[in-house]
Design a protein around this ligand. Structure first.
Ligand SMILES: [Ca+2]
Ligand SMILES: [Ca+2]
Length: 273
């Protein structure tokens, strides 16, 4: 038995053709589903899981759901494999399975939803770490194709600034050869963690592939409890957001409306893809 509440909202977008869309219909789905089931349900019956662009939409969703202390899935998710290199504009591989980019056992795990920068651990394997942690770091100098280990501990962004000022950037690892050179550079240094140029944006994706900078997290969230929470949910009582495990059963908010981009296959799956 399912019940769908429906409401139409008109959004004044100030003439911008990109975001947010001029009008969307919002639906509360009174059915308990995993995040993936909710996404499929929304795509089948409506357009997609909801994207929340501002507090008005957030309030609207609260008003169309029942006032109970449970959660409904929204389209927001954290993609643990959306890594980028600090050194942009170069064609190099970013992924999770390449032979020269090896994650340490159980990584990336985004402990406490705070690990968005990558360090080499034990000089060979990668681990996502809190960007504010201070470690030695590896710069790359494109002029003489050299790797410079700076034995001064800095945060990831301070390390990036240093490398960009005195060399080219924090180092990337673009090939087997480059990985070997980096290993040679680190050899005998005794460093436990060393920053490299890999990082990602937290909670950057919505199911419909649009972007929104609005957030409404509960004070203690996101917390990535047990390192399995990569899907966004809205509390029907408070309207605050929580990160949840993809296989929790929650209600859902869907929308009907235009989308600019084709549906993505990425999601908050906690397995590698
Ligand atoms: Ca980690
Ligand atoms: Ca949580």
């Amino acid at each position: 038995m399912e019940e769908i509440c429906l409401l139409l909202i008109l959004l004044l977008s100030g003439g911008l053709s990109t975001l947010p869309p001029h009008s969307r219909e919002y639906h509360f789905v009174n059915q308990l589903m995993t995040w993936t089931e909710a996404q499929s349900y929304c795509r089948e019956h409506f357009t997609d899981l909801v994207t929340i662009y501002n507090s008005n939409i957030n309030q609207l969703l609260v008003s169309i759901g029942p006032r109970i202390n449970v959660w409904a899935w929204i389209g927001l998710y954290d993609d643990r494999y959306s890594w980028k290199w600090s050194m942009e504009g170069k064609l190099f591989y970013v992924g999770s399975t390449h032979e020269f980019l090896i994650w340490a056992n159980g990584q990336p795990d985004c402990v406490n939803a705070k690990e968005y920068c990558v360090a080499l651990q034990g000089q060979t394997q990668m681990d996502d770490r809190p960007c504010g942690d201070s470690y030695p770091f590896l710069c790359y100098n494109a002029k003489n194709t050299s790797y410079i280990l700076v034995m001064e501990s800095r945060s990831w962004s301070a390390a990036q600034s240093y490398c960009r000022t005195y060399h080219t950037d924090l180092t990337s690892i673009r090939s087997k050869e480059e990985k070997s050179n980096i290993t040679l550079t680190l050899n005998g240094s005794g460093v436990q963690y060393v920053w490299i140029g890999l990082y990602r944006d937290p909670w950057a994706f919505w199911s419909d592939n649009t972007t929104s900078t609005f957030t409404n997290w509960a004070p203690s969230d996101p917390n990535n409890y047990a390192s399995v929470e990569y899907c966004g949910a809205l509390n029907l009582m408070s309207g605050k957001w929580d990160d949840g495990f993809i296989n929790y059963k929650n209600y859902a908010f869907c929308f009907t409306g235009e989308v600019q981009n084709a549906n993505t296959v990425r999601s908050c799956h906690h397995v590698k893809h």
